[in-house]
Write a protein that binds this ligand. Structure first.
Ligand code: B12
Ligand code: SF4
Length: 608
């Protein structure tokens, strides 16, 4: 009887797992090159979607025990980590796996197969933007039972767990793709599309800090391998975006296709500031605001900064701009924060290419006015991003990035706050983006099905990973031009004093190794199949070097903070807030009471 009560109170209802990009990357030698140089994760993309925290928090508020386990992070941290052994120790009726970013397809499917092998009785659930796009292909795999579609699955996940527990019909679970016992796929309507973003905690830092104690695991809290050295946190302005950049699966077109969303769901300035206050209560790490503060209009942005200023939040605030900003706005940012930085992705130095893509479709003089205003208004750091692989972009126009950055160096007197970066568009075109859906933009899709994307991830180089070519560049040219522009920018930044010799030399060395290793891998692929694996294994060290910092050094894009955690404050929050809530929840579970939180209001049925 005691054991039953214990299971009832402490038993897990859902485990959310995050897979690496490639399963099992530790046995593979793949030159993935610079695909993760400008993000905090390694090339295995170990950061999990922030929505896993909001799903877990929402379910816990409804008395479902939900745990996040970052398998990718654990595999990276320890070569001895055995996923099968670890999973065998975790028991739950449902295991959820995110396939949010398509470059996870190999890892996510590999992990799903393993879960089904270790726990044949458990149900395997998929979710995320890519899972939503490919739901019908996913449900055809014998080891996948459910896909929850859309960008807001917290409430549908609760409906699913309630239906499984009570044995009620699955037809009633919003956004669910599932199969009948005979294997026939059923696609329920994607009807849960809330119009705002205030009804949940997202990111749910309260849940995450509490989970460190509840599930006794710091490893599952840490979002990426280097977080303790370079901590960062985020607040989420919206789900969905009002803009329609051609290459973005998170654009207006993308969200309509993938999530049945017609307009972004916005988080209110009040909630955003409360989120930032919560972060500052346990960490001094910089806070990234995802999406331009003006996505919900300038008035809303102004209100956010006024509240942010009044709250006197000490953390540095990092914002991004999707279009030029006037002086008043940037001065308001300055006056509301203790420190702030800016990220701007213009993709190309050629305004004609920018017009085709849709981001910053203005003259270079207008872009530069915004840069000048931001520097005048005291931005601590201003990162400008370029891309190779765009519609209309020839190798020559991509090389134009170098001259343009030289011009910016002259114009801004090599201000060390203004830094430049380049990255390739890749490895895949985003499903649902205009680039993926509309051939007239000049992208030639090599890969279409989920299985094709899965196989492509095995490389052996990032040229084979690229899912497309364009009317203007072959895959070879995209690879070659990316390295050419990256190498030149590295030299330019060093010559202008923007980066030190150690940073420059690291990138130059990795970049050189990458370029030398590519033809050696090509030669190996010409060998008989049986000899390839051993020959590739001999290049493992070179490939590891080429997979890091071959365009941008590890430190260049990261913010150092004095500490990631205030451990004592975390503990105090836990004891004063989360622990009493957990006790109340346990009592409710003991009495079989679930689904007690108020179900969301303020969501609307999709209009098409
Ligand atoms: C913020 C952001 C990031 C942040 C990550 C933040 C985070 N930890 O989530 C950073 C900057 C690090 C990032 C990096 C990358 N990103 Co990004 N990112 C975005 C952005 C701007 C917003 C995402 C967002 O609004 N999420 C909120 C909602 C939609 O998701 P969510 O709350 O996390 O999750 C909900 C649902 O998706 C779903 N769900 C998710 N997982 C699961 C799992 C289960 C089991 C279930 C049931 C449900 C479920 O339910 C959740 C709760 O409702 C979008 C563009 C856009 N406008 O959408 C691109 C976007 C998502 N990113 C994209 C890509 C490609 C990447 C990179 C692979 C790029 C690269 N090559 O480096 C990396 C991968 C990083 C990694 N994993 O390590 C593409 C994805 C296209 C695709 N379908 O594959 C997008 C659409 C556009 C783009 N090109 O940038 N990204
Ligand atoms: S790339 Fe464009 S469409 Fe995508 S999130 Fe940014 S502004 Fe929105």
């Amino acid at each position: 009887m005691f054991a039953n009560a214990r299971r009832r109170v402490f038993g897990l209802d859902l485990v959310l797992l995050h897979a690496p990009s490639v399963w099992d990357f530790r046995d593979e030698v793949i030159l993935e090159g610079p695909l993760a140089d400008v993000i905090p994760s390694t090339i295995q993309f170990e950061m999990y979607p922030i929505g896993l925290t909001s799903i877990a928090a929402y379910l816990e508020a409804n008395n479902y025990n939900t745990r996040i386990v970052n398998i990718a992070y654990r595999m990276l941290r320890s070569p001895r980590f055995d996923p099968a052994r670890h999973l065998a120790k975790i028991d739950a009726p449902v295991f959820g796996i995110d396939l949010h970013w398509l470059p996870h397809v190999h890892g996510a499917l590999g992990l799903a197969e393993l879960v089904k092998r270790v726990h044949p009785e458990a149900k395997v659930l998929f979710g995320g933007l890519s899972a939503s796009y490919f739901h019908e292909q996913l449900i055809a795999y014998p080891f996948i039972d459910f896909v929850l579609r859309g960008d807001s699955t917290e409430e549908p996940a609760r409906q699913l767990l309630a239906a499984l527990r009570d044995g009620t019909p699955l037809e009633q679970v919003a956004n669910l793709t599932w199969k009948r016992p005979g294997g026939e796929a059923v696609v329920n309507e994607l009807s849960f599309v809330p119009g705002d973003l205030d009804w949940i905690d997202v990111p749910a830092y309260d849940f995450m800090t509490h989970a460190v104690f509840k599930y006794r695991s710091v490893a599952d809290f840490l979002p990426y391998l280097e977080w303790l050295r370079y901590p960062s946190t985020m607040i989420l302005n919206s789900r969905g975006c009002p803009y329609d950049c051609a290459i973005c699966g998170g654009s207006r077109t993308g969200y309509r296709v993938v999530a049945n969303r017609c307009a972004p769901a916005l988080r209110s300035p009040e909630k955003l500031v409360a989120d930032a206050q919560l972060i500052s209560s346990f960490s001094r790490a910089p806070i990234f605001m995802v999406h331009d503060p003006r996505v919900g209009g300038v008035g809303r942005a102004r209100r956010f900064f006024e509240l942010y200023g009044a709250a006197e939040i000490p953390n540095e605030l990092v914002i991004e701009l999707f279009y030029p900003a006037p002086r008043e706005l940037l001065e308001l940012v300055r006056d509301s924060t203790r420190g702030w930085s800016l990220q701007i992705t213009i993709e190309s130095a050629d305004p004609a290419i920018r017009r085709v893509n849709g981001k910053f479709p203005v003259a270079n003089a207008v872009v530069e006015e915004t840069l000048a205003r931001a520097l005048d208004a005291g931005a601590d750091k201003l990162d400008l991003f370029f891309m190779v692989g765009l519609s209309g972009q020839t190798p020559e126009s991509a090389r134009g990035t170098i001259d343009y950055c030289r011009h910016l160096l002259e114009r801004f007197g090599a201000d060390p706050r203004l830094q430049f970066y380049v990255a390739p568009l890749g490895p895949f075109l985003d499903p649902g983006s205009r680039a993926f859906e509309r051939p007239e933009l000049g992208y030639h899709r090599r890969l279409t099905t989920l299985e094709e994307h899965r196989q492509a991830l095995l490389g052996p180089t990032w040229r084979e990973l690229l899912s497309y070519e364009t009317d203007w560049m072959t895959r070879d040219q995209i690879v070659e031009t990316t390295y050419e522009v990256g190498g030149a920018l590295n030299d330019l930044k060093f010559d202008a004093g923007l980066i030190d010799a150690a940073t420059h030399d690291t990138v130059a060395r990795h970049f050189q190794i990458a370029r030398e290793t590519l033809p050696r891998i090509d030669a190996i692929m010409a060998l008989p199949v049986a000899q390839r694996r051993t020959a590739l294994a001999r290049l493992a060290d070179q490939v590891a070097a080429a997979n890091r910092a071959s365009l941008v050094a590890d430190d260049e894009l990261k913010w150092r903070a004095s500490t990631g955690f205030h451990v004592t404050r975390l503990l105090a929050r836990h004891v004063a807030g989360a622990l009493p809530r957990e006790l109340a929840r346990s009592t409710q579970r003991l009495h079989g009471r679930y689904d007690t939180a108020v179900t969301p209001t303020g969501w609307r049925l999709p209009t098409g």
